[in-house]
Ligand binder design. Structure first.
Ligand SMILES: NC(=O)c1ccc[n+]([C@@H]2O[C@H](COP(=O)([O-])OP(=O)(O)OC[C@H]3O[C@@H](n4cnc5c(N)ncnc54)[C@H](O)[C@@H]3O)[C@@H](O)[C@H]2O)c1
Length: 443
């Protein structure tokens, strides 16, 4: 099947490369000419394990990029829209979605056959049918459900493991306005076998995505709240959660007597707060969307509030050890919002670094791949390094924000230092007795 994918970010490019790997012929479209050139030269514009190999195998044969949306839509039978949907302070920002819907509609005016337009971006419930569909009809002068199809197919991949997530997903949710649209989506996903596939309406598909992300974000804020209360009452959240996780309803016993250890339990653990390009903006967008429709989301409102306060907990822990941060050398380990990605959008490292800079600390940030993402925010007010030893040299405090695997070596590296820094463990990666001066979040 010939597919065009509009937007070549984390979702668009990964979807395009994986659909090509599954046997489809894919044309990726982007307005950023550098991205188009990079993709056609086999250079991934984002960091994602496995993506360079997939591109090496398929670019030039079943995968290409172009800036020419008309050509891509004309030469495909379905178009995926995978452009960004940021939150603009009071509601979701649909400007990129609107622009692409109009552009695709203009092409559909001249195209024969039942082309199907599928929204893959995360959009608030109603967007596909109430915003995208009318724009397609207006720009094409044609009728949805008669001349072309419209669908919604939320994406659940996680950055850092995006390729395996896309190739072997937990579920595929397909929302379509009619059977013809659903048939095209079924054809697109036919090579994905052994996976739960669910067909529904576009509106429900949109709501499923928000509900899934909101639930995970709620688990994190819940765990952070429990962590903060644990600190206040003098217990360790690690032990508290261990006792909670042993509940058979959360962690069933397997036939061989072992535990299932479902991965969702990793969300029920205290940390510096959630970040990334999805959870913060998606929960905020759903809260705003619910409020605008007369349904006040009390729990989700609190999920955001708890999360926005959480990074300052890290700085409070440090302040307990260093009375005056002015002129103090502080190393921040990790600025990516999670390991395995170069994405720093809404990373808790950003408010932490900002608070340290505001307090006059000399901040050095270490990250193996994500430093470029924070340079625009901090310029020369901080130092940057990809060398962990350089980050630790002469530091009085180490704040661990991202669980990069190389940070497992921190105890030995710190032990070898002449003056022992205080380690603020935002991810509870270490046992407290691994350091002379240790603070862990939720302890
Ligand atoms: N990043 C994730 O982990 C993830 C996971 C699931 C869902 N999503 C959702 O997927 C959508 C895309 O997210 P992302 O992180 O891939 O975004 P991104 O910001 O990484 O990429 C968006 C791309 O769209 C391009 N673009 C913008 N306007 C365009 C236009 N008119 N024509 C062609 N290209 C255009 C941009 O140049 C950019 O390359 C969002 O709605 C997001 O919420 C993201």
């Amino acid at each position: 099947m010939k597919i065009s994918v509009v937007g070549t970010g984390y979702v668009g490019l990964v979807s395009g490369a994986c659909l090509a790997a599954k046997g489809h012929t894919v044309t990726c479209v982007d307005i950023n000419p550098q991205r188009v050139e990079d993709i056609n030269n086999g250079i991934p514009p984002i960091h994602e394990d496995g993506l360079p190999e997939l591109m090496a195998e398929h670019v030039g044969t079943s995968l290409k990029a172009t800036g020419d949306l008309r050509e891509a839509v004309m030469d495909s039978s379905a178009s995926l829209i995978a452009v960004g949907t940021p939150y603009k302070g009071d509601e979701i920002d649909l400007q990129y979605i609107r622009a692409v819907a109009t552009q695709i509609g203009e092409v559909l005016a001249d195209k024969d056959g039942y082309h199907v337009v599928i929204v893959k971006s995360t959009v608030v419930p109603g967007t596909t049918e109430d915003v995208v569909l009318p724009l397609l009809e207006e720009a094409s002068g044609k009728k949805a459900g008669v001349d072309f199809g419209v669908g919604m197919n939320p994406e659940f991949l996680r950055e850092g493991v995006a390729i395996p997530d896309f190739m072997d997903p937990d579920r595929i949710v397909m929302g379509g306005i009619d059977d013809a649209t659903l048939a095209v989506m079924a054809e697109m996903y036919a090579p994905f076998t052994d996976v739960d596939k669910m067909t529904t309406t576009p509106r429900t598909a949109e709501m499923i995505k928000y509900t899934a992300n909101s639930l995970l974000a709620t688990l994190i804020s819940f765990a952070n709240e429990i962590g903060n209360i644990s600190s206040a009452v003098g217990v360790d959240v690690i032990e508290v959660m261990k006792g909670v996780h042993l509940d058979h309803r959360f962690n069933p016993i397997l036939d061989d007597g072992g535990r299932l250890n479902p991965s969702f339990l990793s969300y029920v653990m205290a940390g510096p707060g959630f970040g990334g390009s999805c959870f913060p903006k998606d929960v905020k967008a759903l809260v705003a969307h619910g409020k605008a429709r007369g349904s006040f989301p009390h729990v989700l409102d609190a999920v955001i509030e708890v999360n926005e306060r959480q990074p300052s907990r890290m700085v409070d822990l440090l302040a307990g050890h260093v009375a005056d941060l002015a002129g103090t050398n502080v190393s921040v380990l990790g600025c990516a919002f999670k390991p395995g990605t170069d994405d720093v959008r809404e990373s808790p490292s950003i408010p932490i670094i900002k608070a340290l800079v505001d307090a006059g600390a000399n901040v050095t940030v270490h990250d193996p791949i994500a430093l470029d993402g924070i340079r625009p925010d901090f310029g020369d007010t901080i130092s940057y390094t990809t060398d962990l030893d350089e980050a630790l040299a002469d530091t009085a405090a180490v704040m661990v924000v991202t669980t990069w695997p190389e940070y497992k070596a921190l105890p030995e590296k710190v032990a070898a230092m002449a003056a022992q820094p205080v380690v603020i463990d935002g991810r509870r990666m270490y046992a407290p007795d691994q350091f002379e001066n240790y603070e862990g979040i939720g302890r």
